[in-house]
Design a protein around this ligand. Structure first.
Ligand code: PHB
Length: 414
């Protein structure tokens, strides 16, 4: 087996790894992408589906969103039900025009892979990286089934437990919180499209109904932490969704359940996104709960910044300081994202262990908060902008150091 070498080794071909690979390729930087899953597995795994305004604008600018824009759907409203009231939050209007795009992640991945290959790039599928370790000069050496891969930089875009994160001092575990509940996750056939994200704040627990495609919807049910999936058969899931979401005649109904799971709800932010010549992006650096749909979006925001920082380093004196800037900006952004997601979770769930006779009080407080984010005003504007991802993603190269303070204090999570 031959030892190969590249400038940037990218581990993981999810949206973060693929967008980074595109950006580097267009800048003429040599990169090698390794993905542990086969192409069919990667392109067939249903995950997120709600893309922020600024992420789509960025992909559009790169010419990577043709199909997304042609086939995806724009969503600018969500509904939050509580105590029999259904409140519409017109966040598209409240944010001054920023809306989400709904387009399943696996289709975005398929498009990004196709465009990368059409550009002459190659992705090593079914090619896990077993370990990453520095050579004598501190440069990463990746152990793959095809032999060693030597790189100037290795970027972990491989989710929370990948080999690049494993080479960080604390395995990039960082600072974490386990929430006192889990979410049952359901992908189900529906008889009509989900017109708007629906959140139900309910005495028996949160439920959510999210759009994916015309035939398939994503549903969530709050369950006690540690709940076993075996305790939830299809009839119980459908019954509970119908009750908590208060599904009426005109609402979509979950039919065949295509996939069910239990998501252990936790938030986590690594203490570092750079360790020597190792870098982390997306879930490898931070895990955010699905609340607010920020995971995929913040991963793409990470790599847009990272591509600029890598180019600065490769074009400049290569002292790595540009990558420290990446870490500083993106850790700050990761905490803003956690705060947003955690705030929404707090709105959507009742405090743990609240006795039944105290639940109405907690629900009434939540209904007040729901009205506040639905009614035009500073709080509604801030929520809407953060939720829809208003503004734009920026590469590190356009950020002068003086701008860092402004960025760090901005209200919108990236
Ligand atoms: C989702 O589409 O899975 C989704 C959307 C909005 C949320 C949470 C999840 O707040």
């Amino acid at each position: 087996m031959t030892a190969r070498s590249t400038t940037v080794a990218i581990v993981g071909a999810g949206p973060a790894g693929l967008v980074l690979a595109h950006l580097l390729r267009r800048a003429g930087v040599d990169a090698a992408v390794h993905e542990r899953l086969s192409r069919a597995e990667l392109e067939g795994t249903a995950r997120a589906g709600v893309l922020e305004h600024r992420v789509v604008e960025h992909l559009r600018g790169l010419g990577l969103a043709d199909r997304l824009v042609a086939e995806g759907q724009r969503h600018g409203r969500c509904e939050i039900s509580c105590l029999g009231e259904r409140v519409t939050v017109d966040y598209g209007a409240l944010s001054g025009g920023a809306q989400h795009w709904v387009y399943p992640q696996q289709l975005l991945v398929r498009d990004l892979v196709a465009a990368y290959e059409a550009d002459g790039g190659t992705i090593a599928f079914s090619s896990p990286v077993a370990a990453v370790a520095p050579d004598g000069a501190g440069r990463p050496v990746l152990r793959t089934a095809d032999g060693e891969l030597r790189a100037a930089w290795a970027v972990g875009c491989e989710g929370a437990h990948g080999p690049v994160a494993a080479a960080f001092p604390d395995r990039a575990e960082g600072v974490a919180r386990r929430y006192p509940y889990d979410w049952l996750t359901v992908l189900a056939r529906i008889d009509r499209p989900v017109a708007a994200v629906r959140y139900a704040v309910h005495a028996d627990g949160f439920a959510g109904m999210m759009p994916r495609t015309a035939e398939v919807g994503r549903f969530y049910l709050e369950v006690p932490a540690g709940e076993r999936l075996e305790d939830w058969d299809a009839a119980r899931i459908r019954g509970e969704l119908g009750r908590r979401l208060d599904l009426a005649g005109t609402d979509p109904r979950p039919g065949e359940l295509l996939e069910t799971g239990v998501l252990r709800m936790r938030g986590r932010v690594a203490r570092r996104m750079r360790h020597g010549r190792l870098l982390l992006a997306g879930d490898a650096a931070h895990t955010v709960t699905p609340s607010g749909a920020k995971g995929l979006n913040s991963a793409v925001a990470d790599v847009v910044d990272l591509a600029g920082a890598l180019l600065q380093d490769l074009d400049g004196d290569g002292d790595g300081s540009a990558l420290d800037g990446y870490q500083q900006r993106r850790l700050a952004a990761a905490w803003r994202t956690q705060e947003f997601s955690d705030g929404l979770l707090d709105l959507l769930h009742l405090p743990a262990g609240l006795p039944p006779e105290q639940r109405e009080f907690a629900l009434r407080l939540r209904l007040e908060r729901i009205h506040r984010i639905a009614r035009p005003g500073p709080e509604a504007t801030a929520f809407a902008r953060a939720y829809a991802g208003a503004g734009e993603l920026r590469a590190a190269e356009v950020w002068a150091p003086a701008q860092l303070t402004t960025v760090a204090s901005g209200a919108t999570p990236r």
